[in-house]
Design a protein around this ligand. Structure first.
Ligand SMILES: Cc1cc2nc3c(=O)[nH]c(=O)nc-3n(C[C@H](O)[C@H](O)[C@H](O)COP(=O)(O)OP(=O)(O)OC[C@H]3O[C@@H](n4cnc5c(N)ncnc54)[C@H](O)[C@@H]3O)c2cc1C
Length: 597
């Protein structure tokens, strides 16, 4: 049976020692986030993840969801009760403003506990996860009346949310979408069309489901310029807030899919359903982007989460499983063979995942903190820089953490040999679950294009310059620190590769856009490698400081440094390969005629 233990100590190390959360207690919501409070929250989240969500992960995968004849959907046994506990614990409103029933705590804390929930049970966690995105969109674009009608129940978790973009003929290219919105005399709309692949589209875990739906108002322009966003509740809501008639939105089918079986992925049919526009006419995509950006960070976190839990299982198996003898002499003479953890190739796999995941955790929390600063700071410059960096990091975080989350689930499965391919160990589920995170919320190829085609040049490259400066300054400030040289030196080299690749795009992609497309995935990973290297350098500095101050937990910090050095030695040098590939341009890639493939 699989195991999972939430990495509480690591989270606290990052929040307290690396990011120094207490330095931000001038921001609203942070004044309550004292180290004691953080520890209590993170500890409670760990308990919920380990004891309530995790035990339902395998069974949820095996049972899946069923669509019944009356178009209702049954979720796996225990999911509703676990979801209710999740809501009762206040986890749905952790970082939502108090005026809508939330606790107003930092988003970075919400992110920290979100990792545990997704590691424990990704399919189940998606139900409240989608609601978070819907809440964010209503908070930013909803009218006061819409906020008052929908938010308190959604924040409490009594109502859930969904996002409806995809249609049978369009996923990436939303300009093609056909769902129609017919204006009514009372200001509402009649929504008609079909959406597919809608996560948490139908289920009985909440009293109401608030669908956020992209549709084209009759007569609106073709393409993305004619798309608006609508709130379409499953049950209409009266002026007194009471639930009224069932709206004409139904689940037509459940998709049979590779993983996340416990989450209901639905075909949703809208047959003149009543909808209410949210945000301006024809500006639906930018309103939906609030939800998508929030969701992209959540999906990146899923990649990290699956990598972590897959790693924990692989490490535990590698300590137990005995096969062969160590190359450097017998390590367990009392046994007939050594545990496979003695073999360098098994260690390569384990440390590859561990060194990535620990830096990935710091990366997600660092990015989430930028989001807090962007939304809560009173200092205009600080706010702007944080917002720039958040926008730049969103596609990198989503693309890199999910590409690697899947690779690492496979790598961890490999540690189990044939036993990893057998369902009972749970490794197959991790591989299957991790795969979708590379696809939804914008396939990773699209994240890479967003980074290179849009984010890089935005505002004259302001965001990218800010990140280069932050990393460059760190290397410079710590240049004389002998204990950090094994981190700052390779980091500087990686940064040079990244800057050279950025320059190459500036010189070669304008005139020949295929050069940008050809190098975009390599660039996204090159950027990710450097940012994770930066996270390692920051973690190494914090670990060194703890060791110098005579910590009683020297093993933890020494192991942190060993793991970080592995990253710097064995993973970060990949920046040179990525840069070389980018500079090779698009010629060989575009030369062959389509029919020759
Ligand atoms: C389990 C599951 C849950 C989902 N949940 C939701 C949900 O809740 N709500 C929702 O609205 N959608 C959801 N989706 C849909 C998902 O977001 C889309 O599948 C995804 O955006 C890709 O769209 P597509 O499948 O139409 O692929 P396509 O857009 O057809 O893309 C196919 C391939 O071509 C590439 N491609 C496309 N255009 C370009 C381009 N211009 N340049 C380079 N490459 C390109 C893509 O990267 C991709 O690899 C879900 C999907 C699944 C499978």
């Amino acid at each position: 049976m699989p195991v999972y233990k939430a990495p509480v100590k690591d989270t606290l190390f990052i929040l307290n020692d690396v990011l120094g959360l207490d330095r931000y207690n001038n921001l609203p919501g942070f004044e309550d986030a004292t180290p004691d409070m953080i520890e209590a929250i993170v500890g409670e989240a760990a308990r919920l993840a380990e004891e309530v969500l995790f035990p339902l992960n395998l069974s949820g995968d095996q049972e899946g969801c069923t669509r019944n004849d009356d178009a209702t959907v049954t979720v796996p046994k225990g999911f509703k009760q676990a979801y209710d506990q999740y809501c009762q614990g206040g986890w749905t409103g952790l970082a939502i403003p108090a005026e809508f029933g939330g606790q107003g705590l930092p988003y970075v804390l919400h992110t920290a506990v979100g990792e545990y929930m997704s590691s424990a049970n990704m399919a189940l966690t998606m139900y409240p996860g989608l609601t978070q995105g819907a809440i964010a969109a209503i908070l930013v674009h909803g009218t006061d009346a819409q906020k008052a009608t929908y938010l308190p129940n959604m924040v409490e978790g009594r109502w859930s949310g969904t996002m409806n973009l995809t249609e049978p003929h369009c996923g990436t290219d939303l300009g093609l979408l056909r769902t129609k919105a017919a204006p009514q005399a009372d200001g509402s709309y009649r929504i008609s069309g079909q959406k597919i692949f809608i996560s948490a589209g139908e289920h009985g875990m909440t009293d109401n489901i608030i669908h956020l739906v992209l549709a084209r108002i009759e007569g609106a322009p073709e393409g993305t310029k004619g798309i608006s966003l609508f709130i379409v509740p499953k049950f209409l809501v009266g002026e007194d807030g009471a639930l009224g008639a069932r709206n004409a939105v139904t689940c037509g089918a459940i998709e049979h899919k590779m993983g996340i079986h416990g989450n209901s992925t639905c075909v949703m049919n809208y047959d003149e359903a009543t909808g209410y526009r949210i945000g301006a006419e024809n500006k639906g995509l930018s309103a939906m982007f609030v939800m998508m950006n929030e969701a992209r960070l959540g999906v990146g976190l899923q990649g990290l989460s699956i990598g972590e839990v897959a790693y924990q299982n692989a490490a535990s198996y590698a300590r137990d499983r005995i096969q062969g003898r160590s190359l450097s002499g017998v390590k367990a003479p009392e046994k007939k063979a050594d545990p496979i953890i003695v073999h360098p190739d098994i260690r390569r796999a384990l440390l590859t995942i561990k060194s990535f995941t620990e830096a990935g955790r710091a990366f997600t929390l660092w990015t989430a903190l930028k989001s807090d600063i962007a939304h809560r700071s009173g200092d205009a410059t600080e706010k702007q820089t944080a917002d720039d960096v958040l926008g730049l990091m969103t596609p990198i975080l989503k693309g890199v953490l999910t590409d690697k989350g899947f690779d690492h689930a496979v790598m961890a499965q490999q540690v189990f040999g044939g036993h990893g391919y057998i369902e009972e160990h749970g490794m197959s589920q991790y591989v299957r679950d991790a795969r979708i995170a590379m696809i939804y919320e914008g396939a990773n190829g699209i994240q890479a294009l967003d980074l290179v085609g849009r984010k890089l040049g935005l505002n004259g490259g302001r965001a990218v310059m800010a990140v280069f400066k932050e990393i460059g300054d760190f290397c410079e400030e710590n240049r004389a620190d002998e204990t950090l040289v094994s981190f700052t030196k390779p980091l500087k080299k990686g940064l040079n590769d990244l800057q050279a690749a950025t320059m190459w795009f500036m010189q070669n992609a304008m005139a020949k856009p295929d050069n940008a497309g050809a190098g975009s995935t390599d660039y996204m990973h090159l950027f990710g490698l450097v940012v994770l290297g930066y996270m390692w350098a920051k973690m190494a500095k914090a670990a060194n400081e703890s060791l110098a101050s005579g910590t009683s937990d020297a093993d933890y910090y020494n192991n942190k440094l060993i793991t970080g050095r592995f990253y710097m030695d064995k993973i970060l040098p990949e920046t040179a390969l990525r840069k070389t590939r980018i500079e090779a341009g698009s010629d060989s890639l575009m030369a062959m005629a389509a029919e020759a493939f």
